[in-house]
Design a protein around this ligand. Structure first.
Ligand code: HEC
Ligand code: HEC
Ligand code: HEC
Ligand code: HEC
Ligand code: HEC
Ligand code: HEC
Length: 446
């Protein structure tokens, strides 16, 4: 009898080992399978051959410092796209053009006059300092073939990489579930056959142990009591936790119509919060910037470049560039023609922070008067890829801060007198916001 029992548990262990090794081999296989997809792009970039007389590497440097403000390789910007421009004109013409295009237009060079008219009479800077060698280098760079095999430069597809990642993850999960299901079926079948074998051999099998375990448990009153108490404690703990978070939207993080990354704007590019949320200083609300503010920069930034060796980019360049296209659709900006079409579709940002109507909160009071940093209340926004509510915004949160924060009086004549009087009244050196009435119901509730 004992022998049979041992035999089953041994086969079970074996099966488990099998399941484990199988599931591991599947995950690592899936990772291998996704890896090569990224490789060809890198290969193609590395293998891009140099063409023409100049040095494309030096040319790229010159292009980025001098020309990129108005020119892109593959898309129209202030000036036309420059890829392949060396084949469009002869060298001598280009040397002359780059040195001083206005002079050529004035002199009535037909090609120059036509170009000027085609580009809304925009004037190109003159670069008399560039040698013909420099210009050859730049032309070598603009003559490079397109790097990405997928022609990705202008592809407005959203979310390529991240969705791929999700797909393969789901696939792996599905496979694992399948393998587990098969294993369970196999296990059941194995036990059944083993039992049959035992019956045939005339061995007596022990009763399934689970039933007797529950019987024994039900008889032991002490154990039952302990369990009931534990269950009650746990449920009241969770109920309390649940009730306390009703109406508290800490970490609320809705999906916005345009994926706008504070990390990229306020963090990596160091744009001041108040450049966009300009009313925070002077009014009650902070407001979301109008799309005109975005276009101050995005007339020129139509594609996401990122940083070559950056660690911060969480989505693919195509994804980010696609999001900028959404901005263009919304304001009705035609990037090819470089003008507004007049067709607008306002962006409906989802509001994240929202106090109840019966509470009065004023940004300028906190930002300008009290000198509190945005980050004190909104968290390290410059690291948020997606915006979320950092603070609980409960009454206790407001009041605690009023109790702890000293009022800033330096350089504030308005407060000097009140401060001196109140400090005398409370017998303190430093006044907190609470001393100033920051805990009076009427200050926050109307
Ligand atoms: C201030 C903006 C500006 C800068 C900077 C600029 N360009 Fe231009 N470029 C233009 C504009 C605009 C045109 C179109 C003609 C016009 O309107 O004058 C143009 C046209 C050209 C053309 C002719 C394109 C064609 O399709 O025929 C060439 C070549 C050119 N630029 C090269 C350069 C090079 C090289 C640099 C950098 C050294 C440079 N540009 C910097 C604005 C600029
Ligand atoms: C380039 C413009 C820009 C800059 C710079 C910027 N923001 Fe924003 N901010 C936005 C836009 C657009 C939204 C609405 C979309 C969203 O919620 O992501 C927003 C949303 C927010 C929200 C949530 C608003 C709500 O609905 O409750 C907060 C809080 C915020 N920003 C704080 C900051 C802080 C703090 C900084 C500086 C570290 C900053 N922002 C810098 C454009 C900007
Ligand atoms: C002060 C300049 C500036 C302003 C204003 C600005 N951006 Fe940007 N934006 C940038 C820069 C710089 C990048 C990064 C470009 C890169 O790295 O290639 C960027 C990238 C983006 C991207 C791609 C990355 C991402 O965040 O998803 C989107 C979308 C975008 N901006 C939307 C907006 C919107 C919407 C507004 C207005 C609320 C706005 N931008 C205002 C400078 C600005
Ligand atoms: C003392 C805490 C505090 C500080 C400091 C603070 N905020 Fe706020 N912010 C809030 C609260 C609370 C709300 C919700 C207001 C409401 O619902 O009426 C909010 C809402 C916002 C909103 C949503 C739109 C609005 O006006 O309701 C934006 C955007 C915002 N803050 C940006 C900023 C920026 C940018 C700064 C820094 C210049 C800043 N905040 C500083 C507490 C603060
Ligand atoms: C980071 C700390 C901080 C938080 C959080 C904060 N406050 Fe304040 N608050 C201050 C300070 C400091 C002052 C004093 C400003 C001054 O008058 O010098 C103040 C002043 C005020 C005043 C004016 C009081 C008066 O005497 O006139 C009101 C109203 C107010 N806060 C409301 C709120 C509300 C509502 C919240 C929560 C949604 C909140 N505050 C959260 C720091 C904070
Ligand atoms: C510093 C600002 C501030 C002061 C002072 C303040 N409250 Fe509040 N109170 C709030 C905020 C913010 C909320 C909203 C909390 C939420 O939405 O979870 C709130 C909510 C409430 C609520 C609704 C219950 C709830 O939790 O939603 C009541 C009732 C209330 N306050 C009463 C008072 C009374 C009474 C006083 C005076 C002793 C007072 N408050 C002083 C900021 C304040």
């Amino acid at each position: 009898m004992k022998k049979v029992g041992n035999h089953t548990s041994f086969s079970r262990i074996l099966l488990f080992c099998l399941a484990f090794s199988l599931s591991f081999s599947i995950t690592s296989y899936a990772q291998d399978a996704t890896a090569p997809a990224a490789a060809p792009a890198a290969d193609a970039a590395a293998a891009a051959p140099a063409e023409g007389a100049g040095d494309p590497v030096k040319g790229k440097e010159l292009f980025n410092t001098l020309c990129a403000a108005c020119h892109k390789l593959d898309a129209k910007s202030t000036g036309p796209a420059l890829r392949g421009v060396a084949d469009k004109h002869d060298r001598a013409w280009i040397y002359k053009w780059v040195a001083n295009s206005s002079a050529m237009i004035k002199a009535g060079d037909p090609a120059a006059v036509k170009l000027f008219a085609e580009n809304n009479n925009a004037v190109m800077t003159a670069f008399p300092q560039l040698s013909t060698g420099d210009i050859d280098n730049i032309l070598a760079y603009t003559s490079l073939p397109i790097e990405k095999p997928a022609g990705g430069a202008v592809a407005p597809v959203g979310g390529g990489a991240s969705q791929d990642g999700g797909m393969s993850n789901n696939l792996v999960l599905g496979l694992l579930v399948l393998v587990l299901a098969v294993l369970i079926v196999m296990l059941v079948m194995v036990t059944k056959t083993l039992r049959k074998v035992a019956e045939v051999k005339g061995l007596e099998l022990p009763e399934t142990s689970s039933v007797s375990f529950w019987k024994a448990y039900a008889k032991n009153q002490f154990l039952v009591l302990v369990t009931v108490i534990l269950l009650m404690l746990a449920s009241s703990y969770f109920l309390y936790g649940y009730l306390m978070q009703v109406g508290v939207d800490k970490d609320y993080q809705p999906i916005q119509p345009i994926h706008f990354s504070h990390k990229i704007h306020a963090g990596d590019n160091g744009i001041d919060c108040k450049y966009c949320h300009s009313s925070a200083r002077v009014s009650k609300t902070s407001g979301i910037p109008s799309l005109n503010v975005c276009m101050n920069c995005h007339k020129n930034i139509s594609e996401f470049q990122g940083d070559k060796d950056s660690t911060y980019v969480e989505h693919s360049k195509e994804f980010y560039s696609g999001e900028i296209k959404k901005l263009y659709d919304a304001v009705g900006w035609d990037a090819t023609a470089q003008k507004y079409t007049g067709k607008q579709k306002p962006v409906k940002w989802v509001r994240i922070h929202n106090l109840p109507d019966f509470v009065y909160f004023n940004h300028s009071q906190h930002v300008s008067v009290a000198g509190v940093e945005c980050q004190t209340c909104h968290g390290p926004v410059e690291t948020f890829e997606v915006m979320k509510q950092h603070a609980p915004l409960t009454m206790g949160w407001c009041i605690n801060c009023h109790r702890e924060t000293d009022v800033k009086v330096e350089g504030n004549d308005y407060y000097k007198k009140i401060h001196d009087e109140l400090a005398k009244k409370y017998g303190v050196v430093k006044l907190t916001a609470a001393n100033m009435g920051g805990t009076e119901c009427g200050k926050c509730h109307y």
